[in-house]
Ligand binder design. Structure first.
Ligand code: PEP
Ligand code: MG
Length: 591
């Protein structure tokens, strides 16, 4: 976190925007100024000729878009290329085309003038929509409009640039993005644009770092300036000094190493040799890690620790600020889900009020603190309800020890929804509400909790600490912090079975899920979903792909009957030996 703060400080002298596609690059700037489109409302004499020009321009635009569609399909696959087939559909819209033709006929004005005016009406409606999806799609309409006008005016699109430059522009259309990608653009920096713009989505699909919404990028950056683009955090360092260059060159090198390893496994499923699929989600503490997650095909975000927001800034962000963070996060992982955990304040984590507690781990922590401070809790719940526009936010409650805590949370969620409705603020119910199973009472009563929640996420970091009565941060007793203690394994089995019986999803987001050595036992216990730090994903996948469910189940059954952690550890080591699975404990942190 400290490093992140340092970078932030450096970055204030430079250009800052929204990190829209991950990655870091160093390169020269190419300033791309869009041709200004001007149209006049000159009268025309020959209507038929004008209609002919208009139809030809539409046909030409269709052909261009079709070419772009094929290029997109080749670069990103059919599904992603749909953006362009949607644009093509607009060009086939009989209502719109007919309306333009009728106006040309009756008003007898230049077709480009009519095209601009009519499509602007449509555009404005979309720009003012309350739905962010439509607002972003307005850019696509703008692109089509300009394409038709350009073809009417017979101008050519300028998209050829020196290969390997960083494109700096006021804004980019999806087609610009794709065409520049053809010229091996290293990164994109734009003054305008949001995370959900198609240009941003494309940059992510094409794996080209992008920073959008910088406001002043084109003013602060000159042609051929040397730039460092940090697509994880949204910073552009303009003509960096030696220290910055050294720092980022090292980072880029490290990133490349991680990427090479991940690349080999990226598109392969996390599946055992006998076909059992395991979903791997990512735990995210720093927003910069999110795209590393996505670029490597995680199933989504399994844990976003929101208390980190307080740690980063030293204060609780207000409702709007929180809403923006959650919305941006959910948009970036969409259509995959993001599990956002409400503030786990207290214990050894961030503290809001300085009140003395003899045993903070057993004190006012997680949901206990939130139910005691409903103003803080309700602000967060309201922000989450307002952020769920994409319907992919799952909300999770930490430190649950009683059923009443879940019921009371549900009551507060309802209350917040009522308030938002009365205030006429847009909100969407949470897609799922789940609980962390990390306190023994919740583990024991898992069957009952299954009736009150949509999913469980097992927090082994705390579960082991409370089950073994050993402070997770105290070296003196660390020997007793045993993830392989049969009591831990039996408890895990009980939780997983209760979830299966109760028909709720169960995953694990504690560090045990990131431990390769634990994977065979966890798979054998019936777990089909885990969430771990992004950098651990590739090695977890490698382990999963080298074991069979049948052998893992046998191992788990064998371990459940053992007396000690030592016995289990030995059985696990033998298993790795026998099945020739690479034994690695990779916990790599990028930041
Ligand atoms: C856990 O307890 O396992 C967990 C994932 O939560 P945290 O480490 O944030 O307490
Ligand atoms: Mg915990």
């Amino acid at each position: 976190m400290k490093r992140l703060r340092e970078i932030l400080k450096i970055a204030t002298n430079n250009v800052v925007g929204i990190p829209a596609a991950p990655g870091m690059v160093i390169g020269r700037a190419h300033i791309f100024h869009k041709e200004l489109i001007t149209v006049s409302d000159d009268p025309i004499d020959n209507v038929d000729e004008a209609l002919g020009y208009f139809r030809d321009a539409v046909e030409k635009s269709k052909k261009e878009l079709h070419k772009i569609f094929l290029l997109a399909k080749e670069k990103m696959g059919e599904e992603r290329a749909e953006i362009f087939s949607a644009q093509l559909m607009i060009l086939d819209d009989p209502v719109l085309l007919n309306q333009i033709e009728v106006k040309i006929k009756y008003e007898k004005k230049l077709p480009e003038f009519i095209v601009q005016r009519e499509m602007n009406i449509f555009l404005e409606m979309m720009r003012h929509s309350t739905d962010s999806y439509f607002r972003e799609r307005a850019n696509d309409i703008d692109d089509i409009k300009n394409r038709i006008i350009r073809n009417l005016q017979k101008k050519r699109l300028q998209s050829k640039v020196t290969p390997g430059v960083i494109i700096v522009s006021e804004s980019l259309t999806p087609a610009d993005t794709l065409l520049f990608a053809k010229w091996d653009a290293k990164a994109f920096v734009t003054d305008r644009g949001g995370l959900t713009s198609h240009a941003a989505i494309l940059a992510r699909s094409l794996d080209i770092p992008a920073i959008v919404g910088t406001h002043n990028g084109t003013h602060r950056i000159n042609q051929d300036d040397l730039l460092i683009v940090d697509g994880f955090h949204g910073y552009v360092f303009v003509n960096p000094d030696e220290e910055q260059l050294r720092y980022f060159t090292e980072k880029i090198h490290k990133l490349q190493e991680i990427n090479i390893e991940l690349q080999e496994l990226k598109d392969l499923p996390a599946e055992t040799t006998d076909g059992r699929k395991i979903s791997i989600f990512a735990n995210v503490d720093v927003t910069g890690e999110i795209d590393l997650v996505l670029a490597n095909n995680a199933s989504g975000i399994g844990l976003f620790r929101t208390e980190q927001l307080i740690e980063e800034t030293g204060e609780i962000p207000d409702e709007d600020e929180q809403r923006d963070v959650y919305y941006n996060l959910s948009t970036r992982v969409y259509p995959r889900p993001v599990t956002i955990r409400v503030f786990d304040i207290g214990g050894d984590k961030v503290k809001i009020f300085d009140f003395p507690e003899a045993n903070p781990f057993l004190g006012l922590r997680g949901i206990r603190f939130l139910l005691d401070n409903t103003n803080i809790f309700k602000t967060q719940l309201r922000a989450l309800l307002r952020a769920n526009t994409n319907n992919n936010i799952h909300v999770m409650i930490p430190m649950v020890s009683t059923i009443e805590e879940v019921k009371e949370t549900k009551r507060l969620i309802k209350e917040c929804a009522h308030e938002l409705k009365a205030e006429k603020k847009e909100f969407h119910k949470f897609s799922k509400l789940g609980v962390m199973i990390e306190i023994p009472s919740a583990a024991v009563m898992a069957r009952k909790f299954a009736k009150e929640s949509d999913f469980f996420s097992i927090g082994t970091n705390d579960l082991i600490q409370y089950l073994m009565a050993v402070d997770r941060g105290n070296d003196a007793v660390s020997k007793l912090y045993q993830e392989f203690h049969p009591a831990v394994l039996q408890t895990l089995e009980h939780i997983i079975q209760s979830a299966h019986e109760g028909g709720v999803d169960v995953s694990m987001c504690g560090e045990m899920a990131a431990d390769n050595l634990a994977i065979p036992v966890l798979v054998g216990l019936g777990l089909t979903s885990i969430s771990a730090s992004p950098a651990a994903i590739h090695s977890l996948k490698r382990t999963i792909r080298s074991i069979s469910y049948a052998s893992a189940k046998e191992l788990a059954e064998h371990c459940l009957a053992m007396n000690s952690s030592e016995d289990v550890t030995k059985a696990v080591a033998d298993y790795f030996e026998k099945h020739a699975v690479p034994r690695t404990r990779t916990i790599l942190k990028f930041f």
